[in-house]
Design a protein around this ligand. Structure first.
Ligand SMILES: [Zn+2]
Length: 336
């Protein structure tokens, strides 16, 4: 979001979940724990923050929007509101888990009682990173909620949370907007690149499209795609290309690679496929389709998707890139 005023209203595709939260609030039926789930870039954090801000604000508007001018709104804005506690993986830590100590600290030293108003908000983000002991410690708290306390568990992968935790939360599932609505919202917010292309690359998620509007990142994608093509055409050594990908985290590289291979499979089936994730690469991808065996291509895509699903496990990105690019070279050059 680009300015203070737009921060105070949900984007249009979140109007319905926002209105539902406000109705629950007015009826005194807000849950003690919300599970805000949905794909990356749909606005989970934005909605949870807006709710927190709305509950902490001294003078929220009739639609629940925070006023933006009171002391609580100010404390929120500067990231210093005592009744908003954020729990996440330790940025200095070796693993990206949320450990049990973070949850115990929250319960014991932070306390769960509001200090300024009627509400205390606790955001656990990404909630799926809680290790089993952390989830267990949280579970005890969810079983005996403190009055006025609202936990917001934010996750792209709700299925990774223990069923016992999930069942104690009210689920708020956020879905992607349609393309026209998303493009309407992106217009004026994206200064670099083509909004329609960025939205495709973001798999339809508007906030992710905003993050992708970065010249250096787009240039990096072009370079990685050129390498992918060259490996597929037998003109570049896959291990050398994996080396060149060493600056890419698996989250980015697997997303790109998966998108290229999905598009190749779409084009292999229907050379005039209307929808591509990478419409700007259509010509180059079409030229590669002749090299692709459909069944082997689908198996390769499954491999990428499995690697993407397990990307948080401790896995060497260099080895992963090498192995995937070697497979790609075999597949496209029919060596195996
Ligand atoms: Zn306010």
């Amino acid at each position: 979001m680009t300015n203070e005023t737009s921060d105070l209203a949900p984007p249009p595709w979140l109007d319905a979940p926002w209105a539902a939260l406000q109705r629950a609030r007015e009826a005194g039926r807000l849950p003690h724990a919300l599970l805000v789930a949905g794909p990356a870039g749909v606005g989970k954090r934005l909605l949870a923050d807006l709710l927190a801000r709305s509950l902490l604000c001294q003078r929220p508007g009739p639609d629940g929007r925070p006023c933006g001018g009171c002391q609580d709104c100010h404390l929120f804005r500067v990231g210093n509101h005592p009744d908003l506690v954020r729990v996440g993986p330790d940025p200095e830590g070796k693993s990206d888990e949320i450990k049990v100590g973070s949850i115990r600290d929250l319960i014991e030293s932070e306390g769960l009682t509001p200090t300024r108003g009627a509400h205390k908000l606790i955001s656990i983000d990404p909630a799926d990173r809680m290790n089993p002991s952390a989830a267990n410690a949280l579970l005890k708290t969810l079983e005996e909620p403190a009055p006025g306390t609202l936990f917001c568990l934010i996750t792209e992968r709700a299925y990774l949370l223990p069923a016992t935790v999930r069942s104690r939360c009210q689920r708020l599932a956020l879905g992607l907007p349609d393309e026209a609505e998303a493009l309407g919202w992106l217009a004026g917010r994206i200064k670099t690149g083509d909004p329609a292309l960025l939205l495709r690359l973001a798999h339809g998620a508007p906030l992710r499209a905003l993050d992708l509007a970065d010249e250096a990142l787009l240039a990096r994608r072009d370079a990685a795609f050129a390498g992918f093509l060259a490996v597929g055409q037998g003109e570049r050594d896959p291990v050398a290309e994996a080396q060149a990908w060493s600056d890419l985290g698996p989250r980015v590289s697997l997303d790109w690679l998966g998108g290229w291979v999905s598009d190749l499979l779409r084009l292999r089936t229907d050379g005039a496929a209307g929808y591509l994730s990478n419409p700007d690469k259509r010509g180059a991808l079409v030229r590669l389709t002749g090299r692709l065996d459909l069944l082997a291509g689908h198996r390769y895509l499954q491999r990428i998707l499995r690697a993407r699903a397990s990307q948080d496990s401790p896995l060497n990105p260099q080895l992963l890139h090498e192995s995937l690019l070697i497979d790609w070279a075999h597949l496209a050059n029919k060596v195996s």
